[in-house]
Design a protein around this ligand. Structure first.
Ligand code: URA
Length: 213
């Protein structure tokens, strides 16, 4: 029997807590493997833990997290309904940007979390998670515009911290969030259509006269 999603995610989280594949674990209090509903339809991927996340071992629990929860409430969701992860799972010193080798060292964990959750929509928050799915994208140009593959939609959004620093982005961020329910519905329909057996070939109304030669 396949292990259930919650067990797979718990096993990944346990590995993350012991991870020493890059320098980031060195001066941290807690790893932040990611948290949320194992059956979530939406997975949010941020950049990396900050001060509060490092203290608590949980993603988005500081000011950015409060704002993310407020945005979720706009569409009648709570943090418990979604899964929230990050590109790197230990806090970069002084909240600096994660380095390419650190992102690479953590990539396998994030890949396995995505595979276990199989979410309908992956929402990228900020540059580093956007780069996973939109390597040449510029957030000011592509925010709120989903990209689809056979499995799901990828939905690039501004990072909540960027919106808090720049209130001029609030209305765009809220408008983008309001697109999420329809986007979920779209992916549900696409998945259902992909599972449907093909229609049988049409039978002609009249028998076709076959040539004798
Ligand atoms: N910012 C992030 O990108 N991730 C967190 O978990 C918290 C703040």
């Amino acid at each position: 029997m396949q292990p259930d999603r919650a067990s797979v995610l718990a096993a990944i989280a346990q590995e993350v807590r012991g991870c020493k594949q890059c320098r980031l674990h060195e001066n941290t209090t807690n790893a932040v493997p990611g948290a949320g509903n194992p059956n979530a339809e939406i997975m949010f991927i941020g950049e990396g833990p900050g001060f509060n996340e490092d203290k608590q071992g949980l993603p988005f629990v500081g000011r950015s997290g409060d704002y993310l929860e407020k945005l979720l409430r706009l569409i009648n969701l709570r943090r418990e309904d979604v899964f929230i992860g990050n590109v790197v799972k230990h806090r970069p010193p002084e909240n600096r940007d994660p380095l390419p080798d650190e992102i690479l060292a953590c990539k396998g964990f994030l890949d396995r979390q995505v595979e276990a959750l199989n979410p309908l929509v992956i929402v990228t928050l900020g540059r580093f998670s956007m780069a996973r799915y939109f390597p040449t994208g510029k957030i000011t140009q592509i925010h709120g515009q989903p990209k689809f593959d056979e499995q799901r939609a990828y939905f690039p959004l501004f990072h909540p911290a960027a919106v808090l620093r720049n209130p001029g982005l609030i209305s765009a961020m809220e408008a983008d969030f309001h697109k999420l329910p329809d986007l979920l519905q779209e992916v549900r329909s696409r998945r259902a259509a992909a599972q449907k057996p093909p229609d049988p070939p049409e039978t002609p109304d009249k028998p076709v006269q076959l040539s004798l030669f």
